[in-house]
Design a protein around this ligand. Structure first.
Ligand code: TYD
Length: 344
């Protein structure tokens, strides 16, 4: 059995990644590390093959910033570490950029320190297309494009990428980076556009669309992204960065209308509110490097979007559990109230 440590596994992408690896391999043991912050919940791992505690999976509650815990874990010998753990919501970074530095930068540095000390054979950093800043679909960024992060979330991820590359150079760590476009799918915390708007439509509330809604995102189905992660982990080269995109650029207004149509609701629910400060109008990447490793996005956007929206309809219990839990969180319990008060 090969031993992997994966962080951020009680969140959206992390839980899908654990599910993907366990169901596509039979010689991997995963240790899951997650601090169960506002967006992480053990319920997200309940469906994985074998369950949360099995011969091939164990769960540890804790932070990637905790030196002692990370040392304790990695001193047992690991073949690889995939770091999914991160603060990911742009709107939250306006209020608490320090959480993003702590989790996304200091946490990564702590992992890199331990990877070096305990000679972990492989490290993969999950990053984002947002590090390149705004780029239109006809001028997609390759991996060598300059980094021009446009918000504090993106700058924290860009900083982390720089630390990973420096660790490869100066500490001889066998690391790669993967930068994905906007992921979507089941179990995404209902602060991101698709689950948030679905929840609003289902409760008959308006959808707060920033500005004129003409901004675009390239929507990548989470299962396609997890397949890309696994390919880069196994076949990616040391020090290399790999973009993963989907070719699904869609304007936010258009996406909102599609969601309304899936749910049979009226377009009067669209409410144009004050724009997000420094709102990047579009992100766009080339992923030919990843194609050469044998990856291509497979999901049909319309079908995957419909399935995703329907998943949130059918899993109202999940939404309630995940939101109820996060009400205990000192920052989370005021976020929606405060943020959308400023954006209406
Ligand atoms: P989001 O899901 O927050 O992802 P990101 O900002 O990292 O791309 O937002 C996706 C797009 O939807 C983005 O252009 C901002 C827009 N948006 C709104 O218009 N209203 C909202 O309430 C939210 C959460 C997002």
């Amino acid at each position: 059995m090969k031993k992997l440590l994966i962080t951020g596994t009680a969140g959206f992408i992390g839980s899908h990644l654990v599910e993907y690896i366990l169901s596509h391999t039979d010689d991997i043991h995963i240790t899951s590390l997650d601090k169960l912050d506002y967006a992480g919940h053990i319920i997200n791992l309940e469906h994985i093959p074998g369950g949360v505690e099995s011969e091939r999976h164990r769960f540890i509650k804790g932070s990637i910033c905790d030196c002692k815990l990370v040392d304790e874990l990695l001193s047992n010998g690991f073949d690889g570490l995939i770091n999914v753990a991160a603060q990911t919501h742009v709107d939250r970074a306006f209020y608490h950029p320090e959480f993003f530095i702590e989790n996304n930068v200091a946490g990564v540095l702590n992992l890199l320190r331990a990877v070096e000390n305990y000679k972990v054979r492989r490290y993969l950093q999950i990053s984002t297309d947002e590090v390149y800043g705004a780029a239109p679909p006809d001028k997609p960024c390759g991996e060598g494009a300059p980094l021009r992060p446009g918000n504090y979330y993106a700058s924290s991820k860009a900083a982390a990428d720089m630390y990973v590359l420096a660790a490869v150079n100066s500490k001889d760590i066998n690391a790669s980076i993967i930068r994905g476009t906007n992921n979507f799918g089941p179990r995404q915390y209902p602060e991101k556009l698709i689950p948030f708007f679905t929840r609003r439509i289902l409760s008959g509330k308006t959808m707060p669309l920033y500005g004129d809604g003409q901004q675009m995102r390239d929507w990548l189905y989470v299962k396609d992204f997890c397949r890309a992660i696994w390919i880069v982990f196994n076949k990616g080269e040391k020090e290399q960065i790999y973009n993963a995109g989907a070719g699904n650029h869609t304007r936010n207004l258009e996406l909102s209308k599609r969601m309304l149509s899936i749910l049979g609701a009226d377009e009067s629910l669209i409410n144009h509110v004050a724009d997000r400060p420094g709102h990047d109008f579009c992100y766009s990447v080339k992923w030919d490097k990843l194609s050469k490793l044998g990856w291509a996005p497979k999901a049909d956007f319309d079908t995957a979007l419909e399935e995703t929206v329907n998943w949130y309809c059918d899993n109202d219990k999940w939404v309630k559990i995940i939101l109820t839990k996060s009400q205990d969180h000192p920052v989370e319990n005021k976020f929606f109230e405060n943020h959308y008060k400023n954006h209406s």
